[in-house]
Write a protein that binds this ligand. Sequence first.
Ligand code: AR6
Length: 173
Amino acid sequence: METEQSRLDLIRGDITEAAVDAIVNAANSTLLGGGGVDGAIHRAGGPQILAECRKIGGCEIGDAVLTGGGNLPARYVIHTVGPIYRGGQNHEADLLASAYRRSLEVASDNRVATVAFPSISTGAYGYPIDQAAPIAIGTVRQYLSQHPEIVFVRFVLFSEADLAIYRNAANPV
Ligand code: AR6
């Protein structure tokens, strides 16, 4: 079997263009849309995604839910809710790890083999990206090592600077 290393990759790009089974949305607990990557996904995917989110009714911090992908290249969107960073002593690390893990559990439960993640919580939610990146990479690697049904996970980072931080977290010097 391939190692988890070769099943994880990092690129710079716009996640709404990712040709994978499911892209992950950094949503809020209402699931009713917002700015950042959430706004971009709903804009590109069309109103069908929001209609499904309304039916689901919400999502806890650290949890994840699945909708269709509407007009996106991806077949599904997995909406997860990361923590708002409030200094680091409020379970932020556990909740961030849970957002990644629950997203992958939802993927496994729905026969989603290829998944793309944005950098959850590091925009509007204020999580310092140098602290968030090792949690993101470590949680995904751990999951891949135990779940061969996930063929690959791609992190789609929005800037070169964010990509460099994730690269460093994946391959510490
Ligand atoms: N593709 C990939 N990454 C993106 C894209 C994109 N198209 N657009 C932005 N990013 P944020 P959060 C990056 O704020 O911190 C929303 O209003 C962005 O540069 O989208 O989890 C929700 O409704 C940053 O690195 O998510 C919530 O209320 C990363 O995505 C709240 O923001 C995450 O930034 C969630 O905040």
